[in-house]
Write a protein that binds this ligand. Sequence first.
Ligand SMILES: O=c1[nH]c(=O)c2[nH]c(=O)[nH]c2[nH]1
Length: 283
Amino acid sequence: MGIVLGPNRYGKAETRVVRVVRDGQRHELRDLNVSVSLSGDLDATHLAGDNAGVLPTDTQKNTVYAFAKEHGIDQPEDFALRLARHFVASQPTIHRARVHIEQHSWQRLGPHSFQRDGGETRTTTVTVDTAGEWVVSGLAGLVLLNSTDSEFWGYAKDGYTTLPETRDRILATAVDARWRFAAPTDWADSYPGVRAALVAAFVQTYSLSLQQTLYAMGRRVLEERPEVVEVRLALPNKHHLLVDLAPFGLDNPNEVFVAADRPYGLIEGTVLRSDAPSYDGAF
Ligand SMILES: O=c1[nH]c(=O)c2[nH]c(=O)[nH]c2[nH]1
């Protein structure tokens, strides 16, 4: 029985970089979490401990900080592309670089004062190799809630089913969305446009299931944003359970709920153009 080394990659995960642009009194702030992952001819280090082709993860981290100073950080997609191209172009052993960025946003409170926004992050995953460049952008932690216009009934039932059917419930989720582009685009214009399409579809869809809402959200992005060819969504169903107030002699017409923490339904799906170009990057 032979034993061989299978696919492998390595890199520095979660380099936290905050870049302040200090042009006069009014400062600008960028706050990123950058993860680099490199692959290529790395057999020697795994099989013989020969590190000649290994660019240390510590160097990768330093490159993130140096590029933040030298080139600044505007759109996370551009910063990720710059880093990924650099690692592939400068290291003969590295044939593919994947750079994933989470951007935290801050609200301005004054010329040099900021308040961190809630849990929402903007993300991008860039893959560069000798065959091409692929960009997937996204967002995570966008928490949305409709307090009505959501039903769930007519589902399959068996001996273990206890869920009551409902014609009026709270529908809430924390959107985890990723979308891919066929070609480079105006990242600064695209991101708020895709986000707005996702939010509009959630708000405007009368929902018979979170699955139906998921499809409506992906479809809306593809209808409104020609630069996007595929949308992947993971939507946790953040259950809000009606509290039984009858023991206290009170009725509860959809007013008082327990916001359940776990378990939660997890609804996942991909919506794409039927002629979407093929893809060899990382989602
Ligand atoms: O929108 C929903 N989809 C489901 O698949 C499901 N399952 C469940 O228990 N509640 C819900 N809600």
